[in-house]
Design a protein around this ligand. Structure first.
Ligand code: DX5
Ligand code: ZN
Length: 211
């Protein structure tokens, strides 16, 4: 069964404490941060992460859609988070980020945009044990899943030793396709937070693959 990681960017941001308690049955918590450069949007920043970190039992994954993740590593290291996901398009020296995150007890994942090929990523992939395949061009919630990325998930399933996460455009239908292709973790924003019942939707996303 896949793990489910709710992306709170799609939730009612005026009510985050309640949002966090509504998704406590999930496996992880996905927080999107953006810098207005790597993606044409700005979402949440470090102070918000800090104020949320004591309010959830879930391990927090920080999805860093920023142009220079290495520049932010000192600040990231102060956070009480489980993992940071950085974009392969934004960093060459994955091991430098990973080493410094590790000293703060934070694991590193690598995200790849839909148009980024995984050929040639061998050295970077060998550094990490979780890869996030973006199902949409990052920057916004509620976009439509790009089915071409399923091929990447399949290929990674055959060649990559770690866990495969898919982020963006996850619905019950695309969740089934992603898990069929080899995904282990599903990040979901609007499907969870636009539903009437977050707990049921999280369960449905977990079980859909078994149908
Ligand atoms: C996109 C973000 C995703 C997004 C997912 O830039 O990285 O995490 O919030 O939202 P949905 O599930 O609505 O595509
Ligand atoms: Zn994300």
């Amino acid at each position: 069964m896949p793990e489910v990681s709710p992306s709170i960017l799609a939730s009612d941001l005026s009510n985050l404490a309640e949002v966090l308690s509504a998704v406590e049955t999930a496996d992880r918590l996905h927080i999107d941060i953006m810098d207005g450069h790597f993606v044409p949007n700005i979402s949440m920043g470090f102070p918000i992460v800090e104020s949320l970190q004591g309010h959830t039992p879930l391990p927090i994954d920080l999805h860093m859609m920023v142009a220079n993740p290495l520049e932010l590593i000192d600040r990231v290291s102060t956070l009480d988070i489980d993992s940071a996901t950085i974009h392969v398009e934004a960093i060459e020296d994955v091991s430098a980020f990973k080493r410094r995150a590790e000293t703060a007890g934070i694991t590193t994942g690598l995200a790849i945009n839909p148009e980024t090929d995984i050929d040639g990523l061998g050295p970077q992939l060998s550094e990490i044990n979780r890869i996030t395949v973006m199902g949409v061009t990052p920057g916004f919630t509620g976009q439509t899943f790009q089915p071409e990325v399923l091929e990447k998930v399949e290929l990674l399933d055959e060649t990559f030793d770690g866990r495969i996460e898919v982020d963006g455009g996850i619905t019950l239908e695309t969740a089934r396709q992603c898990v069929g292709a080899g995904a282990d973790i599903l990040v979901s924003g609007s499907t969870i937070f636009q539903s009437d019942d977050e707990v049921k939707t999280i369960d449905a996303l977990r079980t859909v693959s078994a149908e």
